[in-house]
Design a binder for this molecule. Structure first.
Ligand code: MG
Length: 173
């Protein structure tokens, strides 16, 4: 069984993932308002992925016979001056999520909870990707800074991003 400490920490992470989902949904709508449909698509997919992250933790708690408790989701920003500002906040936020996942991992080690540690391995890798993709887009936005055609082309490219079910959910069925 999950320890109370581990269960509470996993429940807190569900809230953090849902807050991330809410943040990216807000960014998606802000991008739509700016006419950046590709960036809106990118964040809409990010919104789905964050809900998936929460679902992975929910499924895991249930598989261990634990109890999920949903807490209120705190408010998120609703306006950004530029697309660059959105991705800078995305990177800052994902770095914070990485540190939360690391804290969970450390707790699992401390509690000698090997099953939780194994489940978290996927998230450790996922966070490397999350930070890398935010950094890549920041680099690209900096390259086209002040160039509207460049932003138009980059936005078009981001419209091509498609959603796929993350492996822990794809194999859970
Ligand atoms: Mg996440």
């Amino acid at each position: 069984m999950l320890s109370v400490r581990m269960q509470n920490a996993l429940n807190a992470q569900i809230n953090a993932e849902l807050w991330s989902a809410y943040l990216y949904l807000s960014m998606s709508m802000a991008a739509t308002d700016k006419g950046l449909k590709g960036i809106a698509n990118w964040f809409a997919i990010q919104f789905k992925e964050e809900q998936d992250h929460a679902q992975i933790f929910i499924n895991y708690i249930h598989s261990r016979g634990g109890r999920v408790t949903l807490a209120p989701i705190a408010e998120v920003d609703t306006e950004w001056d530029t697309a660059l500002a959105m991705f800078e906040q995305t990177l800052t936020h994902e770095r914070k999520v990485t540190s939360l996942i690391n804290d969970l991992y450390n707790l699992a080690i401390e509690e000698k909870d090997h099953a939780t540690k194994n489940m978290l391995d996927w998230f450790i890798d996922e966070q490397v990707e999350e930070e890398e993709s935010a950094r890549d887009i920041i680099d690209q936005l900096n390259m086209v800074e002040g160039n509207k055609f460049g932003l138009y082309m980059l936005d078009k490219e981001m419209a091509a991003r498609t959603y796929s079910t993350p492996s822990p959910l794809a194999t859970a069925e």
